[in-house]
Design a protein around this ligand. Sequence first.
Ligand SMILES: C[S@@+](CC[C@H](N)C(=O)[O-])C[C@H]1O[C@@H](n2cnc3c(N)ncnc32)[C@H](O)[C@@H]1O
Ligand code: SF4
Length: 414
Amino acid sequence: MDNLESATHATEATGQILSTAASVVTTPELGSIYFNVQPWALTISDNLRATFAFDREGRPMSCFLDGGNYRFGLSGDILLKVAVPASPKLRRILSDDEGTRLRATVHAHMVRIVAGGAHALTDELRGWLAQILSWDEDRALINRRMFQSTYLPISIVPPDQYRALVLQVTEGCSWNRCTFCSFYRDRRFRVKSPAALQDHIHQVKALLGRGLGLRRSIFLGDANALIVPQPRLRELLQVIRAELPAESQRLYAFLDIFGADQKTTDEYAELHACGVRRVYIGLESGDEAVFTLLNKPGSPQQCVATVERMKAAGIHVGVILLAGVGGESLAQPHVAQSLAALAAMGLDAGDLVYISPLIVPDDGEYAQRARELGTAPLTPAALAAQLEELKAGARAATHGRARVALYHIEEWLY
Ligand SMILES: C[S@@+](CC[C@H](N)C(=O)[O-])C[C@H]1O[C@@H](n2cnc3c(N)ncnc32)[C@H](O)[C@@H]1O
Ligand code: SF4
């Protein structure tokens, strides 16, 4: 016997009445299919064995299938994560063929649900499923092309911003010479004009469609968007305010230490009033010798002073430390000085500390400089121990007030 249980209530967002409902459809052919309709997303669980999530356009966002966790990027790339007992998690981007096969599998699940649940599905669920089924290979390809004409590759954002709406207010990195960082080597630094930013936002909106509703914050790309001189930045933020809904106007951005030091407390206060909530700044190490090896602009002391200034203006910070940097010889001062710098920043609730395990090629500039200095890379066991030491130390240095988390650059996908 068909069985449909449903609990529905209405919620208001951006002037539209949107429904939120959890329901289960049970039939002899299907077993039990669980639906969770959120204002801007739908989650479907097929007999609690496979789970799928879609945005309001029906675009796949994630799925859990046969032990694999898949994240679908807006770019069209798909990240697979698999837990492996007693080993590091497996993470990789699917090949094009694998992506095609996965999309076909998701499609087949949905076709089966539509066919088997014909009598039991509500009109609303039927509407969602029709949207989902419109995502065939052609639509996936169109989406990928639109992404490529809208964005330069989005090299990285902080982990708490993976679901943000990314706007490339600037492109590239104004410094681009840190020995360990290759995120923006493929492009020259450029600040968009207000008109170019407006065009970019129009393209972003066309790409996302109703999927825009799921993006509850805005991340200003690329590497150091807030480095833009204040008068131009003011104009750019006005464009964003005019173009995007008020409830998404929580702004986040990276900023390098040198760039951050160029702004006054009053300028930060103005940015806070414009919606800037948190700035992510790569301290990487509090130790001078390690810092020199990295060729970062600025200094650890400058980072501490700048963070104090941002916080005085009401802006939270996300401070990033590298684990394993400086190798064996500099491990002790790296940990001690990094934790001392964190302790001096007076971080509290709303602030974050991220710890990023260093991942560099053996023939890259960082590895070459480290060899010249005579410091060997940490063994995997020593790296794991340093990660734990930095995490525990960061919690102690911030009196348990700031959130401390891992930042894994290989888990990244937009
Ligand atoms: C876009 S970057 C830096 C943001 C900002 N431009 C700055 O310099 O502070 C974001 C973070 O990614 C991390 N990162 C960059 N390259 C890395 C690498 N090779 N291995 C691990 N983490 C890396 C660093 O911790 C860096 O602060
Ligand atoms: S770490 Fe920051 S400043 Fe250095 S090259 Fe990368 S993005 Fe630029």
